[in-house]
Design a protein around this ligand. Structure first.
Ligand code: GLN
Length: 530
């Protein structure tokens, strides 16, 4: 190896947002792992929220929770699914967090005498965040949220420019993701927006080494040559990234265009061919699924697919494990009524009620759970979905008509309630039960058959819990608590025996599912439908 030392790959975006910088970074990380390197990631978000924990899933997509309990951008989910990296709070940083830290230091007097400025104080803090995220890895992939030119993104672009100056330049690689629109009328891919996007980046002092061009169809050599001429990027480093049948094809597609060779050349590394067999197997499996089923997801954020990103991916992983193609129908729980629910749910072989916050659509979810329970339809409840299953059972089977969660209203039958030590919480940000915790599984239960382990670790993000005061009444009616928090004995998995597959959990299993390790709860749900 000619050149070693820590390597940084910076990924920026031009032309427009939502091009898939996260997936691109994750795929490059996957390729580097296949070449034998250890990878880490950092998502830098230029907005002023301290973390995405308080942002609406409608606007911003799901909040991804790391093992250490950080509420992060959903791109961290892509990074973990595509690689073996275990990410933590230091792998997702926002401008808000850095400003808050800087201002706190200023108030404490740490900078006495100096004027605190974007350059160098904020840019130094950004560079420090990059170093913090790079420990124990060969490569750190740093993705800057938003689009080059956004006002709030400027300090981040400036900081990565400085990285190229102070680090050995060949240890820094700049990848710019752009969009090449296809004009139907002209039957042509138009390169002008990409030319402008590269100009915008160059005007901030960064000449990209590699361009990854998103488009509806693949770029021809002629188009690549034209982009090369106008952007000063070698034609071999202009990589086409058209829409693909499955996102898990992206690492292979990039490798086909020799992206690993280009990275090795730019960073002066000996080229090692990536071992891609496992990716090939996944893609072939996904493209040749033989059976088909429909699964209903009954939730509130059904208009924004990104709101349930990890859930969607976990179901895709279950397809790989079971070879069953899943068609998802998104059912808006606010539209679900006593009168219409059967017609909306009757074609689904399984029902999932996922996590969520706030009372809107809760009654519709209760109707969906009752339908699954009474009609022996395989069911999986996740977080709020488990709380709904508890409420439904209490109302229908325990003669507790006022059963509810105190999240939604004051009630004399609070079967779901806030934990005692959280009653006094005044700030909404970061105040939930968060991150990986150990759960003990009861022998001879469905949960045990699924996990085949006595202890598991799963990630949490919630305030409310199953109120143990009611545990005996539930048990007498046959409702089983099959998993409990190993330290505080809080109920974490519930199930109803005699049903084909009725199980729900207080944690978020979807956050740990990977294409190479599909989560057993989703696999068993699909198997139960066959
Ligand atoms: N709103 C519920 C709570 O806070 C459930 C949260 C979730 O589904 N993630 O407990």
């Amino acid at each position: 190896m000619k050149n070693f030392g820590k390597k940084f790959i910076f990924i920026t975006g031009g032309v427009l947002s939502s091009l898939g910088k996260g997936l691109t970074g994750a795929s490059i990380g996957a390729l580097l792992e296949c070449m034998g390197y250890r990878v880490s990631f950092l998502k830098l978000d230029p907005y002023l929220n301290v973390d995405p924990g308080t942002m609406s899933p409608h606007q911003h997509g799901e909040v991804f929770v790391t093992t250490d309990g950080a509420e992060t951008d959903l791109d961290l989910g892509h990074y973990e699914r595509f690689t073996h990296a275990t990410l933590r709070a230091e792998n997702s940083i926002t401008a808000g967090k850095l400003y808050a830290q800087l201002i706190e230091k200023e108030r404490k007097g740490d900078f006495l005498g100096s004027t605190i400025q974007i350059v160098p104080h904020l840019t130094d803090a950004i560079k420090q965040a990059i170093y913090n995220a790079s420990s124990s890895s060969d490569f750190t992939l740093v993705e800057i949220g938003g689009t080059v030119g956004d006002i709030e993104g400027l300090p981040f672009i400036e900081a990565i420019r400085q990285m190229g100056l102070y680090e050995n330049r060949s240890n820094c690689l700049y990848i710019h993701l752009t969009y090449v629109p296809y004009l139907k009328m002209a039957q042509e891919l138009k390169t002008k927006p990409t030319q402008h996007a590269v100009k915008a980046l160059s005007s901030l002092g960064i000449q990209p080494d590699i361009l990854i061009c998103r488009s509806e169809i693949a770029l021809s050599q002629e188009t690549k040559d034209k982009i090369s001429l106008f952007t000063n990027v070698q034609a071999s480093a202009i990589i086409s990234a058209p829409d693909l049948e499955t996102i898990y094809e992206l690492p292979l597609y990039l490798a086909e265009q020799q992206l690993p060779q280009v990275i090795a050349r730019c960073m002066r590394l000996d080229y090692k061919a990536p071992a891609l067999e496992k990716w090939q197997t996944i893609v072939t499996t996904l493209k040749t699924l033989d059976k088909h089923i429909t699964v209903a997801i009954v939730g509130k954020y059904t208009a924004t697919q990104d709101a349930y990103k990890s859930l969607y991916e976990a179901l895709l992983h279950a397809q790989i494990a079971t070879r069953v193609k899943i068609k998802i129908v998104w059912v808006d729980s606010e539209q679900l009524t006593q009168e219409n629910h059967a017609s909306q749910l009757k074609d689904s072989s399984a029902i999932i009620v996922p996590g969520g916050f706030g009372g809107r659509g809760v009654e519709g979810k209760i109707i969906a759970v009752r339908y699954a329970r009474e009609n022996n339809i395989p069911f999986l409840g996740i977080c709020l979905g488990m709380q709904i299953a508890v409420i439904e059972f209490a109302r229908t089977m325990l003669n507790l008509p006022l059963a509810h969660s105190t999240e939604f209203m004051e009630t004399s039958q609070p079967v779901i309630d806030v934990m005692a030590d959280q009653k006094w919480v005044t700030h909404k940000g970061g105040s939930m039960r968060l991150g990986a915790q150990t759960c003990a599984i009861k022998p001879a239960t469905l949960a045990h058959a699924i996990y085949q382990q006595s202890h598991i670790s799963e990630r949490h993000r919630h305030r409310y819990e199953f109120n143990s005061r009611y545990a005996d009444r539930f048990a007498q009616a046959g409702f089983i608590i099959s998993g409990s928090d190993a330290t505080n004995n809080l109920p974490e998995i519930i199930e109803i025996p005699g049903h084909k597959h009725f199980i729900a959990c207080q944690f978020h299993p979807e956050l740990q599912s990977k294409p190479f390790a599909p989560h057993p709860l989703f696999v068993s749900l699909i198997q139960a439908t066959l």
